[in-house]
Design a protein around this ligand. Sequence first.
Ligand code: MG
Length: 320
Amino acid sequence: MNADASLISHFDALLLDLDGVIYIGPHAIGHAVSACARARSEGLALAFVTNNASRPPAMVAEHLRELGIEASEHDVVNASQAAARVIADRLPPGSPVLAIGGPGVRAALIDRGFVPVDSADPTPAAVMMGYGPDVGWKDLAEASYAVQAGALFVATNPDTSFPTPRGMAPGNGTLVAAVVAATGCQPIVAGKPYRPLIVESIERVGSTRPLMIGDRLDTDIEAAHNANIDSLLVMTGVTSVRDILLATPQHRPTYIAPDLRGLFMPLDQACVANDPVPSMCAPLLTAAAAAWARADAGQDPCADVDVAALESLVSAGLTR
Ligand SMILES: [Mg+2]
């Protein structure tokens, strides 16, 4: 790779996580709107990739446009669509599928030619479970009966909780765990950190050189590893400097940048693997590479690292 060229020039598509990368709640993250526009102007395809299975893609696209980001329904890939794809790989169109969750679950099944049903009698060919605020005990019981009777068991995403204004609330992973506890059967999971959502996104944009961009090591970055593609971690979401230093191999990103402006920096300023040149991020990249090498050698990854100094460097980078 040419280290003088920008990071983005090595890819043909960006697979973008939303929360913590593009927006936090109703507000766009700094430089996200301009970075998306610039990436499009440089010819890259953009896919907005979300584990949230309850909001239909059209609604997500509308939110993005409100923030000033060019996006159509086609550009949004959610975990319901990936789960429907998992079923389509195994069962013929027209098969009845027990649909548990919000309207996004039924919509994705219908798009793939399946027939959503709401009962385990007669036994459906598959069960697809996604989050929905109206999912109740009766739904979980129907799912359990169908799974016990041999239906293919597929979950949209494994997220155990999600933030609300009143605190953390149970996510789809928690609902799925009830059915797992009742039946002893494990589902195939479509969303991050598993492969199907990434594979669906790559196919959607027809990419041969995709870059996954996210703010979480245990979802976005691990998903990139599972799909064998490169990843960029941005520091605008939930991951701290310490999290990076302590990351296990499947949680280590290919690149790190304070925010999406890192896409347009020369590769060696945003890169972990190359020798970083002085930049606002270079000390963090150097520290991460050294910490991971120490961890792999069975040593303390954080030995002699001034974590507070690195954190203030990242903060300074974000406010520039
Ligand atoms: Mg995120």
